[in-house]
Design a protein around this ligand. Structure first.
Ligand SMILES: *[C@@H]1O[C@H](CO)[C@@H](O)[C@H](O)[C@H]1NC(C)=O
Length: 182
């Protein structure tokens, strides 16, 4: 009679840490504080979605990178706008590299300027199938003014007024309203 009980106990010992570990790793968050605000990165390994949110006294923004669908979405407040674009995988950090990006920041006391920049031009558009961008993006952008953001390279045309978001001190996302559309 003793043997099955012992087996069960041993199985319990083996299974419990494995489950706890798995649960911990599904969603990972890192908070990076700086003078006047913070950035919070959340990575969902199950859904292949990462989000980075910045909050300061002046306003806030949040960007969601969906490595499953290949779309990214960025909300900027208090402007109440949402920018939707295709993720350029050549330029974006890989999904697996994200935890290291956040870890690297901790080793620097002063904010560094981002080493990469992606510039977008915006076209205002009503997105009828917002659900197809994923539940996180849907709940973030629903009810806001939505724009489709197209990547541009080089200074070949007038970009109008731009808003630049420094993500994890690594990547600058610059969204430019063509003045004709404002
Ligand atoms: C994606 O990034 C590469 C490298 O910067 C660039 O050459 C390419 O044009 C980009 N694709 C789009 C659709 O902008």
């Amino acid at each position: 009679m003793k043997f099955p009980i012992l087996t069960a106990v041993l199985l319990g010992l083996v299974l419990t840490p494995a489950l706890a570990d798995h649960h911990q790793q599904t969603e990972v968050s890192k908070k990076i504080s700086f003078g006047g605000g913070y950035q919070l990165m959340t990575i969902n390994r199950k859904w292949l979605v990462a989000s980075i949110e910045q909050k300061t006294n002046h306003g806030s923004w949040k960007t969601i990178w969906n490595y499953d669908t290949g779309f990214m979405a960025t909300k900027v407040l208090p402007e109440k706008v949402c920018y939707l674009s295709i993720m350029n995988r050549t330029e974006m950090p890989s999904f697996d590299a994200l935890p290291q990006l956040a870890a690297d920041i901790r080793n620097h006391n002063r904010p560094r300027p981002p080493s990469k920049e992606i510039t977008f031009t915006l076209v205002k558009r009503t997105i009828r199938d917002l659900e197809s961008y994923g539940p996180d993006t849907f709940s973030m952008c629903r009810g806001l003014s939505t724009y489709v953001a197209y990547e541009v390279h080089g200074p070949q045309f007038s970009l109008g007024s731009c808003i630049k978001l420094d993500v994890l001190q690594y990547l600058a996302l610059t969204y430019c309203h063509n003045d004709n559309f404002v």
